[in-house]
Write a protein of this length. Structure first.
Length: 274
């Protein structure tokens, strides 16, 4: 090979080497540029993420503030409703309270009237003037009520008052204060007995004596009755046969025992079927 051709080849070799070196340098610069660019991109990404986090935090804060505001408004509405309810109930209480106060005042007045010293003193004065105790007055009142309800003998009414809790002294005092006609009471009692069940004449006298009337009052009362004693014997015979069986003689004996005459008893036995 000629020297000139070798020179040309060397020149091309140098040229190629220079190109390759330049390309390598350029390639290195490119890599450095990309490497330089990559941190910039990461920083941008980090900045974006930070902004997004800040925005989310801001949104959450706004949401919490909105919820707190809503709760505060709801609480205010509830308090307003409760205040309105209380205000609505207060008039009712105001309406009821005067009545209660009035009732309380009336009760106090009644109590004051019951225990009014002046009235107590007046009652004591009246008792002293009349000579009657409070218990005696009640006994007299009770005795009058009994006689208005049914007939009593004098001793029978005393026993009834004692049964009601009055002392014998109070009962006797009350009966003595009554203007009672004991003979009339005997007649009324006899009429009540005959209206209730059948009696013989002597049997009714005995019943009145058992009730406390004297024999004289009992006999006089029975004599004043308009009674058919033979018919009373028949009624008594029917009563006996309604709850038991008798022979004719046995029925007659029972009627005689009750105070009917033998004649009335025999008539009654025949009237009931013997």
């Amino acid at each position: 090979m000629s020297k000139e051709r070798k020179r040309v080849l060397k020149k091309w070799q140098f040229f190629l080497i220079a190109i390759i070196a330049a390309a390598a340098i350029l390639s290195g610069c490119g890599d450095e540029g990309e490497a330089a660019e990559e941190p910039d991109q990461d920083e941008m990404n980090n900045e974006e993420e930070t902004k997004e986090a800040e925005e989310e935090a801001a949104e959450e804060e706004e949401s919490e503030e909105a919820e707190e505001l809503a709760e505060a408004e709801e609480l205010e509405e509830t308090e307003e409703i409760e205040e309105e309810t209380v205000e609505a109930e207060e008039p009712e209480e105001a309406e009821e309270n005067p009545a209660e106060v009035e009732e309380s005042e009336e009760a106090e007045e009644d109590l004051a009237e019951v225990i009014e010293p002046e009235e107590v003193e007046e009652e004591l004065v009246e008792e002293e003037a009349s000579g009657e105790s409070f218990s005696q007055q009640n006994a007299v009142s009770a005795a009058g009520d009994y006689l208005n309800f049914t007939a009593f003998s004098e001793s029978g009414l005393i026993e009834q008052l004692e049964f009601e809790g009055f002392t014998n002294e109070e009962a006797v005092y009350a009966v003595n204060q009554l203007d009672a006609d004991w003979q009339e009471q005997a007649v009324l009692s006899a009429e009540d007995y005959i209206a209730f069940t059948s009696f013989s004449e002597s049997g009714l006298v005995e019943q009145l004596e058992f009730e406390g009337f004297s024999n004289e009052h009992a006999v006089n009362a029975v004599s004043q009755l308009d009674v058919n004693w033979q018919e009373q014997a028949v009624l008594t015979a029917e009563d006996y046969l309604s709850y038991s069986s008798f022979s004719k003689s046995g029925l007659i004996d029972h009627l005689v025992f009750e105070g009917f005459s033998n004649e009335h008893a025999t008539y009654a036995a025949e009237q009931v079927g013997f």
